[in-house]
Design a protein around this ligand. Structure first.
Ligand code: XIL
Length: 342
């Protein structure tokens, strides 16, 4: 029996139906659509195919963090990060680097070293010079510093607080190591106007005044079905971009309250789709919001279930790489005309 055209199209699914992908629509708009990538999965055909088809930007999920990439004082472990960069280059995708300075996933040798402030500064400087230098010309943007503020706007006390002026120094050292890379400060729960985003805004203003290199703010956006007021997020993005900075959405996922044994209900999936659509549309409405990146793309591999008990199914593709309503919602947002300040 000959398959009818309709059934062939149904078999091919929504991607082939329209011929449009997240990537083709993002390319047409001149914006990055990215995702976090784990090198371990690149050998899985469905993972690699979906990644290359749908995204024009990749960011190593863990491979460039201090602990993984610099496990002993005189040892760097570059192959996993290189694998992501090589995959991206082979598929003409841009690469974001993540992250040079963070309080988590710091190598044990740093944490347990009882270093003096001067030694800590020297360690960080050498680390930045080596990692940023290696990927100069390959990584177009770095999350230089990640999550340095507490939710009340105070500075987080971390191992790096021991290194005098570590935040601004990290930005200076990154600029020295790759003068062309864009330098971002990245944080979570700083999307809406709140005490943390106020503190980040003040830091950015101060950096601009004092000539400390900074090109943009990354908003992680690990959210749920109530991501906070979209108007407040848009206002926060607007004030940042008015400083002459870019904003990038760097770690978007929308977690659903689910029992891991049961698939999410259609209602939950629709609510999730709406959240994705609203966030993407909001970024597209400000032309200095230059990237939308999800933290992984398939529910097969997502950090949410392990780190947020009772939640999961946070990404646009299900565990079998089938597009979810969230995927179609992002496509819709990309297709829609953008009002306002384009
Ligand atoms: C997460 C990774 O997804 C996990 O695999 C890892 O175990 C812990 O870190 N904010 C960030 C990311 O900036 O680097 C974190 O990634 C998620 C929260």
């Amino acid at each position: 029996m000959r398959l009818s055209t309709i059934s062939i199209l149904l078999l091919l699914g929504p991607v082939a139906l329209s011929g449009q992908t997240l990537r083709s629509l993002a390319d047409a708009r001149g914006i990055y659509i990215g995702t976090a990538v784990s090198p371990a999965h690149l050998s899985e055909p469905a993972y690699a195919d979906t990644l290359a088809r749908e995204f024009n930007q990749a960011e190593p999920e863990n491979a460039m963090k201090f602990g993984p990439i610099h496990p002993a004082q005189s040892t760097y472990n570059f192959p996993p990060a290189d694998a992501v960069v090589e995959f991206a280059q082979a598929h003409k995708m841009a690469v974001r680097g993540h992250t040079l300075v963070w309080h988590n996933q710091v190598a044990a040798w740093v944490k347990n070293g009882n270093f003096t402030p001067e030694q800590l500064s020297a360690i960080l400087h050498e680390h930045i010079k080596t990692v940023v230098g290696r990927y100069a010309g390959k990584v177009y943007a770095w999350d230089v510093v990640n999550e340095s503020f507490e939710s009340d706007g105070s500075l987080r006390k971390t191992i790096w607080s021991g290194a005098p002026g570590y935040i601004e120094q990290a930005f200076r050292w990154t600029r020295e190591a790759d003068p062309k890379a864009l330098l971002f400060y990245n944080d979570f729960a700083a999307e809406v106007v709140n005490r943390k985003s106020d503190a980040i805004y003040k830091m950015a203003q101060d950096f601009k005044t004092r000539g400390i290199p900074l090109d943009g703010i990354g908003l992680q956006m690990h959210v749920g079905l109530k991501p906070g007021s979209i108007d407040s997020i848009a206002a926060n993005i607007q004030r940042i971009t008015e400083l002459g900075l870019q904003v990038q959405i760097t770690e978007l996922d929308v977690k659903l309250p689910i029992d891991p044994a049961t698939p999410p209900s259609p209602d939950l999936l629709e609510a999730q789709a709406k959240t994705y659509r609203d966030i993407v549309a909001m970024c597209l409405a400000n032309r200095r919001c230059t990237a939308i990146q999800t933290w992984g793309f398939t529910d097969r591999y997502s950090w949410i279930p392990a780190n947020n008990k009772g939640f999961g199914a946070a990404l646009p593709f299900d565990a079998d790489y089938h597009p979810k309503p969230a995927y179609r919602a992002i496509l819709d947002a990309f297709r829609a005309p953008v009002p306002g300040n384009q």
